[in-house]
Design a protein around this ligand. Structure first.
Ligand code: SF4
Length: 234
């Protein structure tokens, strides 16, 4: 395992958060609180910044502790998340809950869970009731939504970010490598343009949905979770 020394989120995304309307009230991790995160959530409650707004049923902002030391980031909500307005629910969400409770010995409400984009990207946006209708978010949708994620990171100031799946890792690290190449490493990133001194360790691992389809991948995923655990114990 090695620290690759990647320093910061792609400048295109950092420019977006610098330009985004600010709801931040705290300036240090110690003052992190529910109000700033809730304020950000309210600001984007009717977000129309990208085309995903037209087809979504609910914005899936994220959930968990506003003082979380650990943040999980996936790619985007799916069918069940869109219907319930919560991230990582259903079978893959249950597996993530197991990873948190059995692997990390933490409660789900003690971490923070969100996605790169907050609305469900659909192959057929005319029918949110259709199953197997997921697609990856477009680069434009990612760029439009990234300020929300960066403001969430700013409000929470996690010590460790664990990305779930290849797209989330590639987007957060601005890398083209797949998850098999990115996992097994710890990345040091400085995601906030306004506070370049803030750094967070990023540990990529597999998406729970992939683990359900490929049970042998649970072994390396467990190695990743042990890395997260080790970072949280420091
Ligand atoms: S995906 Fe993000 S930017 Fe697009 S409408 Fe939803 S909240 Fe707004």
């Amino acid at each position: 395992m090695r620290d690759t020394g990647i320093n910061e989120l792609p400048s295109s995304y950092r420019a977006l958060v610098a330009a985004a309307p600010r709801a931040k009230e705290k300036t240090s991790a110690g003052s992190a609180g529910r109000a700033p995160l809730e304020k950000i959530k309210k600001e984007y409650a009717e977000c129309l910044m990208c085309p995903l707004a037209k087809s979504r049923l609910r914005i899936v902002f994220g959930e968990g502790s506003p003082r979380a030391r650990l943040m999980f980031i996936g790619e985007g909500p799916g069918f069940t998340e869109d219907h319930l307005g919560r991230p990582f629910v259903g079978r893959s969400g249950n597996l993530l809950s197991d990873i948190i409770s059995k692997g990390l010995k933490m409660k789900r409400e003690d971490v923070y869970i969100t996605n790169i984009v907050k609305c469900h990207p659909m192959k057929d946006p005319s029918d949110p009731e259709k199953h197997s209708n997921d697609r990856p978010p477009s680069p434009d949708e990612v760029s439009k939504c990234m300020p929300i994620l960066l403001r969430q990171i700013d409000a929470i100031r996690p010590e460790v970010i664990c990305t779930l799946g290849s797209p989330a890792a590639k987007i957060m690290l601005d890398r083209k490598d797949g998850i098999s190449n990115l996992r097994g490493k710890i990345f040091d990133i400085h995601p906030l343009k306004d506070d370049p001194c803030y750094s967070v360790k990023l540990v990529p691992t597999f998406h729970p949905a992939y683990l359900l389809r490929n049970p042998p991948a649970k072994k390396p995923a467990w190695e990743d979770i042990k890395v997260v655990l080790g970072l949280l114990k420091k």
